[in-house]
Design a protein around this ligand. Structure first.
Ligand SMILES: *[C@@H]1O[C@H](CO)[C@@H](O)[C@H](O)[C@H]1NC(C)=O
Ligand SMILES: *[C@@H]1O[C@H](CO)[C@@H](O)[C@H](O)[C@H]1NC(C)=O
Length: 332
């Protein structure tokens, strides 16, 4: 215990010692806290080695050359009280948060801010990433999904033509092989989204009869192609009574995305997928913001800086609580 503490302390001291080295300080971006700058007046005078002025990994260069000019496309539905959800879960409600000290609703005019309280009937709502714990108590929960899910290659397999002729059509291994004959082998550890166009009439969608992803297809994608996860537009992977595809996936430790939108705006290859979600302790679902990051020359999507970002846009109409809608709206 003592040895450990001494080691920790000496490690700390070594880190402090390194922090006094000028080059290390010189490369720190952004303003220094005033006190720190004042206590080290010599830092500004030390020449900055050119090699240290940019990150060694080259990721910032990659951002400048590719991601900074890429086209960003939102693939998530907005969560609202009236939205398609399995009727076994039922609808959610939004409320204005109440100050527990006064019993009064927070309002901009009196409190300077407002806040919301959500009563969400399920974590299986809207666009979401099912963690294995949804079906398997030994599988990873919402807060246990690796951070490495954040950014991946995105493959889009389009079965919308077949779905147009059969509303419950399901992705087969044949469809995947057909896609590969045209576009090449699906990259390892990529995300594969199945475009069916089911979501294009959202929120007016059929949650009983919908396009499927058959068990043989998800098994092929994971066992033969080693993908990270697949995603589909409907709220379930298939129409079987025992959730065959979803059950197999989650019980074997794989994740899956559901309720994915806007796939008709994506090319079959060439985009990345950014995945962001909140971490709920022991959670069995993830409300997720999926954003496709597509090449600069792609006709859809928004480039960074093309819309007001910092500050963001201001609106002519203020947000007001709308009892009828059950959430805030702009104007009455
Ligand atoms: C739930 O929301 C749907 C709209 O998605 C609406 O049609 C339905 O009436 C709501 N059900 C209840 C019980 O409020
Ligand atoms: C529609 O697709 C489903 C799932 O692949 C299949 O079971 C069904 O037989 C198809 N229906 C028709 C009319 O082809």
């Amino acid at each position: 215990m003592l040895v450990k503490a001494v080691l920790l302390l000496s490690g700390f001291a070594a880190a402090l010692g390194r922090a006094e080295d000028a080059p290390r300080l010189a490369v720190q971006p952004g303003p220094q806290p005033a006190a720190e700058v004042a206590s080290r007046p010599a830092v500004q005078l030390i020449p900055r080695p050119a090699a240290l002025s940019r990150p060694a990994s080259g990721l910032w260069a990659a951002y400048d050359q590719a991601l900074g000019a890429a086209r960003y496309i939102d693939l998530s539905h907005t969560i609202e009280p009236a939205m398609p959800v399995w009727r076994g879960f039922g609808n959610s409600t939004f409320q204005r948060a109440v100050n527990k000290l006064t019993g009064k609703t927070f309002v901009y005019a009196e409190d300077g801010f407002e806040a919301s309280a959500y009563r969400l009937t399920t974590d299986q709502l809207g666009t979401q990433l099912d963690p294995p714990a949804h079906f398997n108590p030994y599988g990873a929960a919402s807060d246990e999904v690796p951070a490495t899910f954040a950014l991946r290659k995105l493959v889009v397999i389009d079965i919308s033509g077949k779905v147009a002729g059969n509303a419950s059509y399901g992705l087969t291994v044949g469809d995947i092989r057909e896609w590969e004959a045209q576009h090449g082998r699906i990259p390892r550890r990529a995300v594969v989204f199945v475009r069916s166009d089911w979501s294009r009439t959202w929120p007016h969608v059929d949650t009983d009869v919908f396009p499927q992803v058959h068990l043989e297809a998800v098994q092929f994608l994971h066992l033969q192609r080693d993908i990270l996860f697949h995603g589909h537009e409907p709220l379930d992977a298939d129409m079987t009574s025992q959730f065959d595809s979803e059950g197999w996936l989650l019980r074997h430790g794989y994740a899956q995305a559901e309720g994915v939108a806007n796939l008709h705006l994506l090319p079959p290859t060439g985009c990345l997928l950014s995945t962001g979600f909140a971490k709920f302790r022991g959670g069995t679902g993830n409300y997720v913001r999926f954003v496709a990051v597509c090449p600069p020359e792609w006709p859809h999507g928004t480039q960074p800086g093309a819309v007001p970002e910092a500050p963001m846009q201001f609106y002519v109409q203020p947000l007001v609580w709308n009892d009828q809608a059950g959430h805030r709206t702009r104007g009455p």
